[in-house]
Design a protein around this ligand. Structure first.
Ligand SMILES: Cc1cc2nc3c(=O)[nH]c(=O)nc-3n(C[C@H](O)[C@H](O)[C@H](O)COP(=O)(O)OP(=O)(O)OC[C@H]3O[C@@H](n4cnc5c(N)ncnc54)[C@H](O)[C@@H]3O)c2cc1C
Length: 697
């Protein structure tokens, strides 16, 4: 008999952001000003657990809801009880506050094990079901880290579950398509990406949920090993508002004007493509700077200013070594600084000035992703980024490549910027299995000890990285859009990796550093970092990393994989994509067909059709033409999105486009805030008019 533990989280309601939620001075979104709601994907996790219980036919199975948070988080437990949960556990304690994903996954895992002991009679046959990610953190890390702590397999991005021949089969999203898989071991962690059958609460059940006593545990009750800020392996060092989109977001009122704008921007080109957020000058190690008093590579601008002031004072005083500063000189510097420095901060800065050795040792690594004998484009982008970071640190670039039949790919990785490729070949690695891959990659990291490890923030990378990082006891930052080497000299941290990422649904940016870890790990968003031009003269080493693997190391039995077949010309200069808003296959074929031929002759260029994932799932288009995070990332001169809402997973795939045009009937469609030109109209209205306007000129 299987039981279910559903992890739910209370999050700020980022769909209802009012103007007064922003700090008037810093422009940063203030989380405390937002209402609290249950994380939307966790409601789908609850519905999935309920569905699994129903289809298994096991009415005695228990569903337990678990959350970690302040006392007010009990509201999300009552939500769960009112829908399907039999009992609810609130893990609440001040000591648990301020935790990163590591120090969240750790106590949650200990609470899960206590639930299994106390409520399931130590029975191992249970599923931990969670939403794929929460809207505040957006990291998708906690489920993978929980799986690692429980030594359990993890099936990520699940969209449906079937019960066949006495076991569950899970449909899930993978790069390039979808897959149906069953589990080889229990307990197991399931993360839900989409489950479209909402659960509603009845009046009677809501009354029961409100009267039911919640089980409350403190950190003492669960005996977790890493909790709160002190148990965390990452620290947020700064939060700031996101830069304004570089896209023009200009509304166009008529199809004739839109035709004109398309013609002009296609002829002119647009320099706003590829919103790469790499900032600042290239980093120079302290030993390579002209003077030990040069500290202008600090991570925070306040520190740059403070060190500029202090170092100038030291120069004026003719002091070259901080040890020459006695109490009298310290007092003099403090009084001349106005309010800038006090004694403790001055002493920290002086101590920091005597440190030149980087805080981490080792090379910069990328974990390669590949399928069907081809390296994923995001891996090449990361190798380009790793090359830049490694050059700053005067280190080498390593790439870990695990799988079967890898030979051809090693050469390409070296041409793309790698110095060393660590190759693990094994027949059990023919298909991607998260548990087997994480074992090999973690083993390789622990053996060769790189200082930085980067993964692509693809579905595969976002599942693998949390497991690897937890296994290596390292902090991890998800979905970075900026990576740079900087110092935090006053903390004695030299040449550390600053990891910048969007949070709270893209409403704030946060810069994060790693702590209490042997190396710094991050996943980086595809399409943001730049691939280097291929250099076929580059030479590199191939290092064989031998692994012991048995069938027991596999966690999944892959039943079916559906991937796009054939060829798509998504490298054309113009791509016209249709989404779910095309309504049906006939519209998709006919309307986009006439628009493509009109653009082909009007602009005298190559034009092809693409599609959103939803359009593919509806059967409007073949899988091979899907654009986005799990389809193809494209960078045409012109991208026209028709009936596409602008989900992040779609827009990631078009971030390198020069000009984006959107046609959508919803005046508040999110894509209008991420494109250059848009028209509010249905596809059925706008396309014939646009074609007519093109043909007139
Ligand atoms: C792990 C993961 C990976 C994913 N990978 C991808 C990916 O690679 N690519 C991708 O695209 N998605 C991906 N998705 C799915 C993504 O989250 C969205 O669900 C998807 O992009 C939505 O597609 P859509 O915009 O066509 O549909 P919807 O979001 O349903 O939007 C349809 C739009 O059409 C508009 N519309 C309706 N009628 C009309 C009309 N008559 N004329 C004009 N407009 C109309 C509506 O206003 C709406 O904005 C992924 C999701 C997950 C969880």
């Amino acid at each position: 008999m299987a039981n279910y533990i559903v992890l739910v989280k209370q999050v700020p309601d980022v769909s209802q952001i009012t103007d007064n939620a922003f700090d008037p001075v810093t422009g940063t979104l203030m989380r405390s000003r937002l209402a609290s709601v249950i994380n939307e994907l966790d409601t789908q996790a609850l519905a999935t657990a309920n569905h699994m219980k129903a289809i298994s036919g096991d009415s005695a199975a228990k569903i337990i809801c678990l959350t970690m948070g302040p006392p007010m988080a009990q509201e999300v437990l009552r939500y769960g009880l009112a829908r399907c949960a039999d009992a609810a556990v609130l893990l609440t304690d001040r000591a648990l506050g301020g935790a990163d994903t590591w120090a969240t996954a750790n106590p949650l895992s200990f609470a899960i094990q206590k639930i299994a002991r106390d409520m399931f009679k130590n029975e191992k046959d249970y599923f931990v079901i969670t939403g794929m990610q929460s809207v505040d953190g957006d990291t998708a890390q906690v489920p993978g880290q929980v799986a690692e702590e429980l030594a359990a397999p993890c099936v990520a991005y699940v969209t449906d579950a079937q019960f066949k021949d006495g076991r569950f089969e899970f449909s899930r999203i993978i790069s390039g398509g979808s897959e149906v898989a069953a589990l080889r071991h229990r307990p197991a962690v399931i993360t839900v990406a989409k489950y479209e059958h909402p659960l509603f609460a009845t009046f009677g059940r809501s009354r029961w949920a409100n009267r039911t006593e919640l089980i409350r545990w403190s950190s003492e009750d669960i005996k977790a090993t890493s909790i709160g800020a002190s148990g965390s392996r990452t620290a947020v060092i700064r939060v700031f508002p996101p830069g304004k989109s570089k896209r023009k977001c200009q509304k166009i009122d008529s199809a004739a004007d839109l035709a004109e704008v398309i013609r002009k921007s296609f002829a002119k080109g647009n320099s706003q493509a590829g919103e790469v957020s790499e900032a600042g000058p290239g980093y120079v190690l302290p030993d390579n700077r002209p003077s030990s008093l040069e500290r202008n590579f600090e991570g925070l601008s306040k520190d740059v200013d403070d060190f500029a002031f202090l170092c100038e004072k030291l120069r004026q005083l003719g002091v070259s070594a901080p040890s020459q500063i006695d109490d009298y000189l310290k007092q003099k510097i403090i009084s001349e600084s106005g309010n800038r420095l006090h004694r403790k901060s001055l002493e920290d800065m002086l101590d920091g000035l005597s440190i030149a050795k980087p805080s981490y040792d080792g090379d910069v690594w990328v974990v390669a992703e590949h399928s069907d004998g081809r390296v994923h484009p995001a891996t090449f982008e990361l190798v380009g980024k790793a090359r830049k970071l490694a050059d700053c640190l005067q280190r080498q670039v390593g790439v870990v490549l695990a799988g079967l039949g890898l030979k051809e790919m090693t050469q390409e990785l070296i041409w793309a910027g790698a110095d060393n490729v660590y190759v693990s070949e094994h027949k059990l690695l023919e298909q991607f299995d998260p548990t087997a891959f994480r074992k090999i990659i973690a083993d390789c990291i622990l053996k060769y000890k790189p200082q930085i490890v980067l993964f692509a923030a693809t579905p595969q990378g976002r599942m693998l990285a949390p497991m690897v990082s937890y296994r290596c006891q390292c902090g991890l930052t998800a979905d970075c859009t900026g990576l740079e080497i900087r110092d935090r000299t006053r903390l004695g941290q030299i040449a550390i990796l600053l990891q910048t990422r969007p949070a709270l649904g893209g409403n704030v940016m946060a810069t994060i550093t790693t702590k209490n870890s042997i190396c710094q790990m991050a996943t980086a968003r595809p399409g943001v970092m730049k691939r280097l031009a291929e250099d076929r003269t580059r030479k590199g080493k191939i290092i064989e990393h031998k692994v012991e693997l048995t069938e027991d190391d596999l966690s999944l039995e892959i039943i079916r994989t559906e991937k796009g077949l054939g060829q798509a010309r998504l490298d054309s200069k113009v791509i016209v994509s249709g989404g779910k808003g095309m309504q049906n296959r006939d519209n998709y074929d006919r309307l986009l067909g006439v628009l493509c031929s009109s653009l082909r002759s009007g602009l005298n260029t190559t034009v092809e059709k693409g599609a959103s994932r939803a359009a593919v799932e509806q059967g409007f288009a073949e899988r091979i033409v899907q654009v986005g995070q799990t389809g193809t990332s494209i960078g045409p001169k012109l991208y026209i999105a028709v009936g596409i809402s602008g989900a992040i997973q779609h827009m990631i795939g078009v971030s390198n486009t020069e000009t984006i045009v959107a046609i959508n009937s919803d005046p508040s469609a999110p894509i209008f805030r991420q494109c250059d030109y848009y028209i509010v109209a249905t596809a059925e209205e706008a396309i014939p008019q646009l074609v007519e306007a093109f043909e007139k000129d």
